[in-house]
Design a protein. Structure first.
Length: 104
């Protein structure tokens, strides 16, 4: 079973690749393939034909990048951090390794 440390809606920073240093929101996470789609990162051009009301042309979309190339940004300290896990009252929480704050 593959697991990712980031979820849809998390803010991440890209740590490797052509978009290194960019921050963005995770639009989708795919645990089976180990890839994530981040807002404004890895832009690709799709050529589409007009269908119904949708216009055709060249459309810029976000591509996927490997989940190992992004790092979660803590909401409290604002730094890129590794993710720890903590269990309290039978619930599992993600924890910032730098400041110890709950991420969920």
């Amino acid at each position: 079973m593959n697991k990712l440390n980031v979820k849809k809606g998390d803010t991440v920073v890209v740590i490797a690749g052509k978009d290194k240093g960019k921050k963005g929101k995770v639009l989708s996470a795919m645990p089976k393939t180990g890839r994530v789609t981040v807002e404004g990162v890895a832009m690709v051009t799709r050529h589409t034909k007009p269908i119904g009301a949708r216009p055709g042309g060249r459309i810029r979309l976000e591509g996927t990048i490997d989940a190992s190339n992004v790092m979660l940004v803590c909401g409290k300290c604002g730094k890129a951090t590794r993710v720890g896990h903590k269990i309290e009252d039978g619930k599992k929480f993600r924890v910032c390794k730098k400041c110890g704050a709950n991420i969920d």
